[in-house]
Every structure is written in C-alpha cells, then in structure tokens.
Design a protein around this ligand. Structure first.
Ligand SMILES: [Zn+2]
Length: 202
C-alpha cells in the first residue's frame, strides 16, 4: 500500500508529450507579454511551461480522501489535540494563475480514529495542487478530514502570500493572508477553539 498518487502524477507529467495547441497557446502568451517566442532562450519554454502546469495542477489527478483511507483505530488512550504545524505548500490562484505560497496548520481532536500524521500534509497538497482561492482550499481540507476521519473537531489555518498581490495590482509584498476553518468542538466550544489556536500560534 505504498502507492503514491502524487508521485505517479508527476512522473506522467514529465513523460507526457505536449500537444501542439498547448505549446502554441504559450507562444501566443509570450508574444502578448511583449517578447519573441522564436528567440533562442524561449524556444523550449512552451513545452517546459506546459509540463510545469501539469505538475502544479497534479492535484486534479489525486483523490485527497485516499490519504485518509488508512486509519488506525487504536489511539492508545490518547484523547488530546493532534496538530501538524507549518506544512509548506504551493498553489495557484484561480483568478490570475499566480503562485500562492504558504503554510498550513492542521489540527484535529480524534474520535475513534487517527491517521499517520504525514497524511494530513498530503490532503493539503492534493487540494493545493489545483487552481484555488485560499478560502476554498481551507474549507476543502477541513471538510475532507471531517468527513473521512470523523473526529470530534478539525481546525485548519492557512497563511499565504499571493503572487497576484505581491507581483501585480497593488504590489504589496509580504502581505500574509490568513484563513481558518473550524468544525465540531473547535467551532462550537469556545474553550476548545482557544486551546487549538494557542497551540497553532505557539
Ligand atoms: Zn489572484
């Protein structure tokens, strides 16, 4: 069961032939940006960009819930918060296809089940490797864990910078956008929410 859908998708993207209309679209974009796609440095760029985009968007070929299908019933009496902090990720905003670079923090209060902690990072990556908005990414990760792991509570906090803000438009570097989604006890019980947010901030 060491099948890794992420790794497989990357491998396929590297091997895959790039259709002529895809390369042509990127050449058109280079021309539109003001450069000449026929100059030497740009000759192989369309194929590279096309393959890179397959890789950025490999989450479309991933099933995020797959990573939660191996659950462990034995929690060994552990009945406190499990937190995976500072998970780096990269995504792309669906409005400009510009990079979103950030970190996610995922916490849950187990019910009957726990998972290997790396699986939480894989759920984040499976949703991040798509065209996204940060709010939806946050909600999708939380909902997926909520529905598949059936914990007592889930807290997902995502902090990210958006290329479309730092590199264009208002050009405000170092602005960090923070989103959170709380479910179960972390939504309903103020004390639990405070406890998990304190853990995440510490
Ligand atoms: Zn954007």
């Amino acid at each position: 069961m060491d099948y890794d859908p992420d790794a497989e998708a990357v491998g396929e993207a590297i091997k895959e032939a790039v259709p002529a209309n895809v390369s042509e679209a990127i050449r058109t974009l280079i021309r539109w940006s003001g450069d000449n796609p026929e100059r030497e440095g740009l000759l192989e760029t369309p194929e590279r960009v096309a393959r890179a985009w397959r890789e950025y968007c490999r989450g479309y070929n991933a099933d995020p819930a797959y990573h939660l299908s191996r659950i462990f019933h034995e929690v060994g009496g552990y009945d406190d918060i499990v937190l995976l902090k500072d998970i780096p990720f990269q995504s792309h905003c669906e409005h400009h296809m510009a990079p979103i670079i950030g970190r996610g923090h995922i916490a849950y209060l187990p019910g009957k089940y726990v998972v290997g902690i790396s699986k939480l990072a894989r759920v984040l990556h499976a949703f991040a490797n798509r065209l996204q908005v940060q709010e939806r990414l946050t909600a999708e990760v939380a909902n997926c864990i909520w529905e598949n792991l059936k914990p007592q509570g889930v807290a997902v906090v995502i902090e990210a910078t958006h290329g479309c803000m730092t590199g264009r438009g208002v050009r405000t570097p170092n602005v960090l956008m923070k989103t959170s989604r709380m479910l179960g006890v972390f939504r309903d019980d103020e004390k639990s929410r405070e406890e998990v947010l304190k853990l995440i901030d510490s």
